[in-house]
Design a protein around this ligand. Structure first.
Ligand SMILES: [Zn+2]
Length: 93
């Protein structure tokens, strides 16, 4: 069963999600800062307060990012954890 991680409480996940992309071309390089947005409605996700979620499957694969209203709409029955570590501990895979 799928589960959600609240992204503002999981610093390690947040760090991974916010890693900027670097594009190298013949002129040099460009750093493209990462912006976190909902994969359903494209609303920006808060990273310092609740309201952004990462959806994982039982394999621990990240599927999508969700805002609060899309979480309620599409994944209301899925458990929410504070961090991936906590989810792993609770679920004992
Ligand atoms: Zn949304």
């Amino acid at each position: 069963m799928e589960f959600l991680i609240s992204i503002h409480t999981d610093k390690r996940l947040l760090e991974k999600l916010l890693t900027p992309r670097v594009v190298v071309d013949s002129y040099g390089y460009t750093i493209i800062p990462k912006r976190l947005s909902c994969d359903h409605c494209e609303e920006d996700l808060p990273i310092t307060k609740p309201g952004g979620y990462a959806l994982f499957d039982t394999e621990g694969t990240l599927w999508e990012l969700l805002c609060e209203s899309c979480r309620q709409r599409f994944h209301n029955g899925s458990p929410v954890y504070e961090s991936l570590e906590q989810a792993l501990r609770v679920r004992r895979w």
